[in-house]
Design a protein around this ligand. Structure first.
Ligand code: ATP
Length: 334
């Protein structure tokens, strides 16, 4: 059950704007749809900003009608396009962006994106007073204050489907595969994909990699006749090329693993049912919070309910990998 905030009698605005920013994530479209339809139902006009903060500072936006978001709920990516806009890190540029919104009579901004995008929204609010609401849209599920982010479930399922196929080849050729999944600072995708795929090992940035130990485990299981093939799921980690370097080091130790980097395959595709529902609810709740007078918050999930989280906390604190999930994964896998 969601606790719906009380609506204020008089709204402080009659127009809002919405954007998607940072890396695209499957489910951004249902979130846009949720915001637009919920706002229109309250008599609020909605502007769709193209290409995130780049479009905002270029005043590239247009009004969205109910029909503008028809037939997008099942589509991956974002119909509003997205971008990374370095210029928005400059306070003077943010002040100019606020002026653009004010000139158009836009009273609040909804930003769908990862922690960088939410930082930009928070700074815009703090410096200019423009009310903002953030929606966590990132496949990484690495945002503090929410158990789930839009796109994570789809990305896990996409990677899982790929690994199930790789396992057929690994088994037939009696080989080990290092499969790299996304996750520069967080092993969240790797742990979930690794558990669901029954991976023989899961390597995450939160734990140091011991190449010699991996090599001797592979050799021991081969000697015991229990491990002629297998899947090792590797989170990409902070420096590019980790998995290829690891394969090289394992070859130096006498192993012969193959490497498969899933890369951008994990970002695209039709959002899962879970992500569509999550995104739709988050979009509708973002409008509800705005109408109730909230600002400078992110819509998050705690214990299955949608809650408001101060953006200041979202930005200040880091979300660690759930230690109990990591423990359980390491009990079953290595
Ligand atoms: P993902 O999780 O997919 O990487 P993200 O939102 O974290 O998404 P970023 O590239 O970090 O992606 O940020 C997206 C955009 O948000 C940036 O291009 C910039 O416009 C804005 N942004 C990021 N950090 C800041 C900041 N410190 N100050 C102002 N704006 C920022």
């Amino acid at each position: 059950m969601y606790t719906l905030p009380e609506l204020k009698q008089d709204k402080d605005f009659d127009s809002i704007a919405i954007m998607t920013s940072g890396g695209d994530a499957p489910g951004m479209n249902p979130a846009i749809r949720g915001v637009v339809r919920a706002a229109l139902s309250q008599g609020i006009k909605v502007y769709g900003i193209q290409r995130g903060y780049s479009g905002l500072i270029a005043d590239d936006m247009s009004t969205l009608q109910s029909g503008s978001v028809s037939n997008i709920v099942q589509r991956g990516g974002t119909v509003l396009k997205t971008d990374r806009c370095t210029a928005f890190k400059d306070p003077a540029v943010r002040a100019a962006a606020a002026e653009i919104l004010r000139r158009r009579g836009i009273g609040a901004l909804v930003v769908i994106g990862g922690d960088g995008s939410l930082t930009g929204a928070h700074l815009l609010q703090q410096e200019t007073g423009i009310p903002v609401i953030g929606i966590p849209g990132t496949i990484d599920n690495d945002i503090f204050g929410t158990e789930d982010t839009i796109g994570f479930d789809t990305a896990v399922n996409t990677a899982l489907e790929a690994i199930d196929r790789i396992r057929d080849t690994a088994t037939s050729h009696e080989r080990h595969f290092l499969v790299e999944v996304m996750g520069r600072a967080s092993g969240s995708i790797a742990i979930n994909v690794g558990m669901a795929a029954g991976a023989e090992m899961i390597l995450v940035p939160e734990r140091a990699i011991d190449v010699a130990a991996i090599s001797s485990e592979l050799a021991a299981s081969r000697r015991a006749g229990t491990g002629s093939s297998g899947i090792i799921v590797v989170a990409e980690g902070p420096t590019p090329g980790l998995t290829s370097r690891l394969a090289e080091q394992l070859r130096e130790q006498g192993q012969d693993p193959r490497v498969c980097i899933l890369g951008h395959i994990q970002r695209g595709g039709s959002p899962s049912g879970h992500d569509r529902v999550l995104a739709t609810c988050m979009g509708a709740m973002a409008v509800r919070y705005l109408c109730a007078g909230y600002s400078d918050i992110m819509v998050g999930v705690r214990d299955g309910s949608i809650i408001d989280v101060p953006l200041d906390d979202v930005i200040r604190f880091r979300k660690g990998l759930d230690p109990s999930l990591l423990d359980m994964a390491l009990q079953v896998h290595r």
